[in-house]
Structure formats: C-alpha cells, structure tokens
Unconditional design. Structure first.
Length: 282
C-alpha cells in the first residue's frame, strides 16, 4: 500500500468523526476494528494506548515514512481478541491513521501578530465520546477545520503536510476571568505563516492538533481543589474564509464533558487486567 494514498484516506476520515469505532466480523468473529489516539514508543516501535496496553503493528512498513509532527497519532486498526493479551501487548493490523501536529501553550493572550486568522470550526461531534479527544487527563486533541491556500492539492500528502506546517495554533487562558467552580474556558488562536499578498485561502481542510494543558489543570486545582466538570474551547470563527470582516466573524465554542474524562481514567485505574479491557472494547 502506498503511504500517500494510505495516509490521505484517513486524513479525510478524521474530519468526519463518524467513523465506526467498533466493528466486528460477524456473530462468531473475534476480530475487532477500532480507532484511538496512541503514543509512539520510538524504542520498541509500538504504540501505547491511554488504557496502558501496547499496539504492535503487524504491518509496520506502512508506518515507516510518516511525517511525524508529534509523538501522538490516531490509529485505525483491527485485532483478534482471542490472542494472548495478558502481557499488555496486542498484535494488530493498522489500516489507517490521522496525523497529529503539536499546538502551542501560552500563559497569556498572544500578541495580535501571533493570531492573524479565524478558523472554520472545532469538530467535537456528539457521536464521539469525550475520551476520543484526550490521552489520559492532561493532553487534549482538537480536530480543527480551517481554510488553506487555493492551489494546494489536498489529495497529495506531501503538499498537504507542507501547507499544514504553515498554520500554527495556540491555546491560552485567563484563570481569574475564565475559571469557575464548574469549568474552565481555553482560547484557541490561529496563526498563518509566510502569507503572500496574492494568497487565496478558499479551500476547506483540517487536521488534529495536540495541546498539553497540565499547567491550566494545575492552576485550576490550586483554585478549586478539584478538576473541572467541563472544558470550553472558545475560538474566532469564520466559515467562509480567513478574514476578520465584521459581518463574518463570530465567537465559536466547543464544549467537552471533562467529568467523563476523570471517570474514565478512574475506571481504568481500577480495572482488573488488560485482557478484560480489550475484550470490553467491543
């Protein structure tokens, strides 16, 4: 399978967020298909789930030449849960992926020049579970829709990645203003690099960005001695282009039920074995 076609297939799927997360091969099958965000282990060539087990690809050649922009990736894979999983590692066939890029974390609002464009949307689809957008409790992953240059061929992985490298995202917060007993608000800002006067940003595309929010969590726990019930992502939204025209830009908001993230991780810590967890993913 060519890496270009392999990666692009799922790059498109990643924006849909309606990809079935659990399919089996029939009533008597022990094969499960799944997708989730995992962390790359460069030493072993495996991928660690937030549940703690390791995914060992049976087709590692399809992941050899990825343009790694982050230690994380969203994998689409299938495995036979009849295999011996007691050691915390599963053999799996990877059939797709979504690349994840690194976002910036800022302790204060960025300067005007560091946030020069709105975005189309943050796609937190209601069909997805809150933990689809987290790795444990302090790493958040945002699927962002944005406008890219008109001439970019988004069916060419190399062109797509070169374009995405020209878009930076940052999260910031104001603890005194935006933290409350029930939750916190984080502000997402978009910066476009190397913009020429004749560039036209008329093509809608998107991707995943990772942000480590441990600093905000520490500040929130300092104020309220607990983690928030919800996290709201606030962003400058323009669904037509990248301009700040007064009649086009709105305040967009996406909300995550963070309490479910906490409950999910508490359930993981109390689990009685990896094999049981993996079978339960059906």
């Amino acid at each position: 399978m060519k890496h270009m076609k392999y990666g692009l297939l799922v790059a498109g799927l990643s924006l849909m967020l309606g990809v079935t997360s659990c399919l089996d091969g029939g009533d008597n099958s022990t094969t499960v298909s799944y997708y989730e965000i995992v962390k790359k282990d460069a030493l072993t060539g495996t991928y660690t789930s937030q549940m703690g087990y390791k995914v060992a690809p049976l087709n590692p050649q399809d992941l050899e030449d990825l343009p790694w922009a982050s230690d994380y990736i969203q994998l689409y894979y299938s495995y036979d849960y009849g295999q011996d999983m007691s050691g915390g590692e599963i053999d799996a066939n990877v059939y797709g992926y979504s690349l994840i890029r690194e976002g910036q974390w800022l302790p204060q609002s960025p300067a005007e020049g560091d946030a020069n464009a709105p975005i189309s949307d943050v796609v937190l689809d209601s069909d997805n579970k809150p933990y689809d957008f987290f790795y444990k409790q302090d790493d958040i992953f945002l699927p962002i829709e944005l406008f890219v240059r008109k001439e970019v061929d988004t069916n060419d992985l190399e062109q797509r990645e070169a374009e995405m490298a020209q878009h930076e995202f940052a999260l910031y917060y104001d603890a005194d203003k935006d933290f409350s007993e029930s939750g916190m608000t984080l502000y997402l800002r978009h910066k476009m690099l190397n913009v020429e006067e004749d560039d036209e940003f008329t093509q809608l595309s998107g991707g995943w960005w990772h942000f480590n929010i441990i600093d905000a969590m520490a500040r929130y726990q300092e104020k309220y001695s607990k983690r928030p019930d919800k996290i709201t992502i606030s962003f400058e939204q323009n669904t037509k282009d990248v301009s700040y025209a007064d009649n086009l830009v709105l305040e967009g908001k996406a909300e995550l039920d963070y309490q479910k993230i906490v409950e999910f991780n508490e359930a993981l810590s109390g689990s009685k074995g990896i094999s049981k967890l993996l079978r339960g993913k059906r």
